[in-house]
Ligand binder design. Structure first.
Ligand code: PLP
Length: 395
């Protein structure tokens, strides 16, 4: 027996472990410290009432033989697929055929599982800094990774260059961790590049609901040509607080082909072979999110989180701090003042303000010198944190 030795090429994921260890040490030394966590990427608001009501109803159905459901459909139940199609049409203005939608357990799983349908010889292009899952899943498969530099010079929105040849291109917009979102014109450059190079774009739209700028698409399929080169991943996690419930969806256009084979057919074959579908109860709750009532309720939650990012942006502007993101994203990407390194700034924030953020260096080497702050916290606690930054940090 031989193991997959590519696993040994993975770097230890020390980021959140180190944050937890440093926080514990600090709490031991300062038991009375009132610590505010602004590093979390998880949501904090509960599920919307429309989703909870449908979940309860569906759970009740499961308890009676006449309405019990066994294995769900591998690609999703029609009622949810139709709700997702309607969401694309009504809220985003994009036509998607129901047969192109595949319901899943979430975007983390999907951006990893989709790799099954691609040869391990493909080269992947991944921005740095980035959501670490893209890198680790490709390292596990032994693929060659080329990093594309996202930095202050390109507003953390890198565009392709002739040196950047790759077969699989990851784009995350709005981005985790930088909060930056591509405009339609910028995405068109990526789409043209992918078509010209016979590459596929894996487009992670997990944060699409946070987009406020009309110039930034919520779906890559708003861009001409994208149906020929892109697969989109989205999720109810950040949209509707489903991080612990688990439901997402992929859209694979029917005309997207490689070697004369439809990628949609390969993806569906992969799913029906390795995945037995999302639970009925969860799919009912997810469909309720895109009902008129549910959508109004989740927009209220997004407004709540947005208040946090707006307050952060106002305070940082007032203090003359450099930052990115926030406007179209729950994340604000702060340049550490005085050219401090990410972990030094982490220590300073913990010590002076009792605030925990996420050191940017943990998302890639280009994240060094930056700090990710999240809008997923409580409004009052975020205000309190900002007051401490203004009065205690000494900047
Ligand atoms: N994609 C990005 C960019 C993320 O930041 C996250 C979670 O933080 C995910 C995907 C995971 O989403 P899900 O909960 O649907 O797996």
């Amino acid at each position: 027996m031989k193991i997959n030795r590519h696993y040994l090429d993975l770097k230890q994921s020390y980021l959140f472990k180190t944050i937890a260890a440093k926080t514990e040490d600090y709490k031991k030394a300062h038991p009375d410290a009132d610590i505010i966590r602004m590093g979390i990427g998880d949501v904090t608001l509960p599920l919307c009432p429309a989703a909870v009501a449908e979940m309860k109803k569906a759970a009740e159905e499961m308890g009676h033989s006449e309405s019990f459901h066994g294995y769900p459909e591998s690609y999703g139940e029609d009622f949810l697929i139709n709700a997702i199609q309607k969401h694309y049409k009504d809220h985003i203005g994009v036509d998607v055929n129901p047969s192109e939608i595949v319901v899943t357990c979430g975007a983390k799983e999907d951006v990893s599982n989709i790799l099954d349908i691609f040869d391990s010889d493909n080269t992947v292009l991944i921005p740095d800094p980035v959501y670490p899952v893209y890198c680790d899943t490709n390292i596990m498969a032994g693929r060659k990774i080329k990093y594309i530099s996202a930095s202050a010079e390109n507003d953390f929105l890198p565009l392709p260059s002739d040196n950047d040849c790759g077969d699989i291109i990851y784009i995350c917009s709005p981005n985790n961790p930088t909060g930056a979102a591509y405009t339609r014109e910028q995405l068109k450059i990526w789409v043209d590049f992918a078509i010209a190079n016979n590459a596929v774009i894996l487009y992670d739209a997990a944060y699409e609901i946070f987009i406020t700028d009309k110039s930034c698409p919520r779906s890559i399929f708003e861009v001409d040509g994208a149906r020929k080169c892109a697969i989109e991943f989205c999720s109810f996690s950040k949209t509707a607080g489903f991080t612990g419930v688990r439901c997402g969806y992929t859209v694979v256009p029917s005309e997207l082909e490689a070697d004369g084979v439809r990628l949609l057919d390969l993806w569906k074959r992969r799913q029906s072979t390795k995945f037995n579908g999302v639970s009925y109860v969860v799919q009912r709750a997810a469909a309720a999110v895109f009902s008129d009532e549910g959508y109004d309720q989740i927009l209220e939650n997004i407004k709540y989180y947005r208040r946090n990012t707006e307050n952060m942006m106002n305070t940082f502007s007032k203090l003359g701090l450099e930052f990115y993101g926030g406007k179209n994203s729950p994340y604000v990407w702060l340049k550490c003042p005085g050219n401090m390194k990410s972990w030094d700034f982490f220590d300073l924030m913990l010590d002076k303000c009792n605030i925990i953020g996420t050191p940017g260096e943990g998302f890639g080497s280009n994240g060094e010198g930056y700090f990710r702050l999240s809008g997923f916290g409580n409004n009052e606690r975020t205000q309190e944190a900002l007051k401490r930054i203004e009065t205690r940090l000494g900047i």
